[in-house]
Write a protein that binds this ligand. Structure first.
Ligand code: MG
Length: 300
């Protein structure tokens, strides 16, 4: 498994999220009698942050060979430029509303219906070229051909790193006949649908609410309510499983759902604490079985 680069923009983001966890109160919530499980996608079912970091590192190592730049510096500069350029676009209000991360915009196609996705499609190529050019030119001047080549290479490197967590498929498979399930994910339609198809998780045909398709994302209640409606269950009958306290756990609890925070890494704080309510922390998706009232016989 690839790891976040210490000191990188993504690693800093992780630290902020962990800080959040350490400042909340412990919940109990055992067991959780539910009829439905709703999953977050990024860093719950599929690898996102570390995959993006690894793709960026590989692209910047290539840039070092053709341009002689410092790859570590370039990696940091591309993430920085992506964030600042993304924030300066007129599309940023929509991007924030549906939770499209700045580094995702470097490979997203923004396919889909609606004016706002159309606006993103119109700027996507010039945006990512600006990001790469500005980042490289912090070290050396660069020609447009090389900028586009590196931009395309990052897209390929990211797509080549589509990976579901090893526990995702077996757990979904075990639960499939026991409870109804859905996915609620922030992000652009094409990137999130690609993660499902390229990891093979789409074979379960779970109802999937993508924020970029409905125009609003977590932590707003709408995507949660839409998934509950598609499953035909009340909030009290469902548990939400996600890796973010702010985008997954708190809004799910506020709606009356139960919630499980997935914290996979041993360096996550041992004192992870949660809000009051029907919620708990798990370090593997396999642990979900002990929180459900539905008996599930594991095959492994
Ligand atoms: Mg997530």
């Amino acid at each position: 498994m690839v790891q976040a680069t210490p000191g990188s923009a993504l690693a800093v983001w992780c630290q902020v999220e962990r800080h959040h966890l350490a400042n909340l109160n412990q919940g109990d919530g055992l067991p959780i009698p539910v009829e439905a499980v709703i999953w977050d996608l990024d860093d719950t079912l599929v690898v996102e942050r570390t995959a993006a970091e690894a793709a960026m590192a590989a692209t910047c190592r290539h840039a070092a060979t053709v341009l002689g730049v410092d790859p570590d510096q370039l990696e940091q500069d591309v993430f920085d430029e992506a964030k600042s350029q993304w924030s300066s676009l007129p599309t940023i209000e929509f991007a924030r509303r549906v939770g499209i991360a700045s580094w995702e915009a470097l490979w997203a196609t923004f396919e889909g219906t609606g004016e706002e996705l159309g606006d993103l499609r119109a700027v996507r190529l010039s945006h990512r070229q600006t990001v790469w050019r500005e980042a490289i030119e912090r070290q050396i001047t660069v020609d447009p051909y090389t900028v586009e080549e590196l931009s395309e290479r990052f897209t390929a490197e990211r797509i080549n790193r589509m990976e579901a967590y090893p526990d995702a498929e077996p757990v979904i498979s075990q639960l499939q006949q026991k409870v109804s399930m859905a996915i609620v994910t922030n992000g652009a339609p094409d990137t999130q649908r690609a993660k499902l198809s390229l990891t093979g998780l789409d074979r379960f045909s779970l109802p999937t609410v993508v924020a970029g398709e409905i125009g609003i994302g977590k932590p707003s209640p709408e995507p949660f309510l839409l998934a509950l409606d598609q499953l035909g269950v009340a909030p009290e009958q469902a548990v939400f499983v996600g890796d973010s306290v702010t985008r997954d756990i708190n809004p799910a609890l506020n709606l009356g759902m139960a919630a499980l925070l997935i914290a996979r890494h041993p360096h996550d704080p041992g004192l992870i604490t949660l809000p009051e309510g029907r919620c708990s922390v798990i370090s593997s998706l396999h642990a979900i079985h002990q929180f459900l009232s539905v008996p599930v016989i594991r095959n492994q």
